[in-house]
Write a protein that binds this ligand. Structure first.
Ligand SMILES: [Zn+2]
Length: 393
């Protein structure tokens, strides 16, 4: 049974989906995920991405599985946080304004080809996914395990594929003539009609809360002055009385200043949130322009993860050379990267033991539990720590 469910974005859709439903059971603008319309240019991008990923698999001597392009859905911009999103099992949602981002589509297709369900015929996939709802393994990744490494490998392969095939970009570019302007216009409309009004409403609610808070502070101050006045009236010791009066007068002067300072800071913060929203929108538009410019230089997501994978390869190659002096380090790295990809596409998690052998027992676990949202400094420190470990192999 198909249901029309309301949701603000794809994340909410995944989270709020009833357990007996699959994404395809949900209708978006009257059509299920699998029935979302595609333009000829979008179909050509999927075909191109599939061919490129298949070529990589051939090089690795891994059999590829067919991929039904119904499993990629281009959805309206308003649903998205990221340009492409891979749903646990069965489909990829791509922001329609990222349709020209071959790198994103290649990245998502690599997830698909490394997923367990690639081992099943299209007719069996639904059944398989229903039985294994939300725990389908993709690469080394099940649930949240090995997410960091998994995304790093996925993105590293995608970047290599894109850099090796600049001609594909030239070929695809004319298919999207006029689309950039169309997508930017849509985005601006979405921003003006939905995103900005929502932000302003949110800010107005916060202003109300702050106003209430300021009122409470003023009441507290007034109460304090009344209490001080009472004390002054009752006080018989002249010296203490004099000091109390001095203190009260100070408070009478300071209290309004404090409140003014506080409300100024709050107000400035609140105003800056509108600016931030506008800046984010500008960045988004810049991203759309980049995508339609078809430059391979635009692949910058998962930088940290890609760097981790590169450092892992270096460490494992060095460990192998330590165990076998006749190996060359450079060709060793190529071999390690090949083995790592093979293990990733076939879900052979055992291969990751190599990580502990190179970096010390427990490192793989540390990597597994690594939080995705580290600060830039924490990321740098982590890579530095990895390089230090390599130094002592
Ligand atoms: Zn990914």
């Amino acid at each position: 049974m198909k249901e029309n469910l309301e949701f603000k974005n794809t994340r909410e859709m995944y989270e709020n989906m009833p357990p007996d439903k699959r994404p395809n059971d949900i209708l978006i603008e009257g059509k299920s995920i699998f029935e979302q319309p595609k333009t000829p240019a979008q179909i050509e991008v999927i075909k191109t991405a599939f061919r490129l990923v298949t070529n990589r698999l051939k090089k690795l001597r891994i059999e590829n599985k067919p991929f039904d392009d119904k499993r990629i859905a281009f959805l309206p911009q308003r649903f998205f946080m990221n340009s492409g999103e891979y749903h646990d099992g069965d489909f990829f949602a791509v922001d329609e304004s990222s349709e020209a981002n071959l790198g994103t589509i290649v990245h998502e297709l690599i997830h698909a080809q490394s997923s367990e369900w690639r081992n099943y015929d299209e007719s069996e996939v639904e059944e398989y996914l229903n039985e294994n709802n939300k725990s389908v393994k993709s690469g080394f990744h099940r649930h949240t395990n090995f997410k960091t490494i998994n995304e790093g490998i996925t993105e590293k392969i995608a970047r290599e594929i894109i850099n090796e095939n600049p001609d594909e970009y030239e070929r695809l570019k004319p298919l999207f003539a006029g689309r950039m302007e169309e997508m930017i216009e849509k985005r601006q409309k979405e921003f003006q009609e939905n995103i900005l009004p929502r932000k302003i409403k949110e800010i107005e609610e916060d202003v109300e809360i702050e106003k209430q808070h300021i009122k409470e502070l003023q009441e507290r101050d007034a109460k304090q002055i009344i209490e001080l006045n009472n004390e002054i009236e009752k006080e018989e010791n002249e010296e203490i009385k004099r000091r109390l009066i001095e203190f009260r007068d100070q408070q009478l002067e300071r209290n309004p200043e404090n409140i003014k300072y506080y409300s100024d800071v709050i107000l400035r913060n609140i105003e800056s949130r509108v600016d931030t929203a506008k800046e984010i929108n500008e960045l988004k538009i810049k991203g759309i322009q980049d995508d339609y410019s078809f430059s391979p230089q635009n692949m910058t997501s998962y930088d940290f993860n890609v760097e981790i994978v590169g450092t892992l390869i270096e460490g494992i190659a060095k460990k192998n050379k330590r165990n076998n002096e006749s190996l060359k380090l450079d060709s060793g790295k190529e071999k390690v990267w090949e083995d790592l990809q093979k293990a990733y596409f076939t879900g052979n998690t055992m291969y990751l033991r190599e990580v502990d052998e190179a970096f010390g027992k427990g490192f793989l676990r540390q990597l597994d539990q690594l939080h995705q949202l580290l600060s830039e400094k924490e990321q740098k420190d982590f890579i530095k720590e990895m390089k230090n470990k390599i130094g002592s192999i």
